[in-house]
Write a new protein. Sequence first.
Length: 113
Amino acid sequence: AADDRNRRMLAPVALSRRSHALGVLFLASEGERNAGMIVCSCAIITDKDVAAAVSALRTADPFVVLTPGLIYRHLSKRPSCGNCLPLITKLMVAYDEEGPSAAPSLPQRHILE
């Protein structure tokens, strides 16, 4: 009974947050809606930001050792909670090895002929 009461009390909160999120999405420009997947919500960094940073850093110095800290510095941002660092590392490695079209969650297979 208490669990059901808590659920009823939280329903308006969840509904208002959903409405707010949908409103923000509706008001966003086409470019903002297609900005990419957010990988760091603290600093608002998208997967496309990581790809662009990797590309720019590699172009400037092909032998640079890429690190999440270097990606953040290039984007003029700072990590806050650090929960995104493993994902940023995966993206960074995938984009460095395969380019921005690489899917970091799927292993890339190379067929030797």
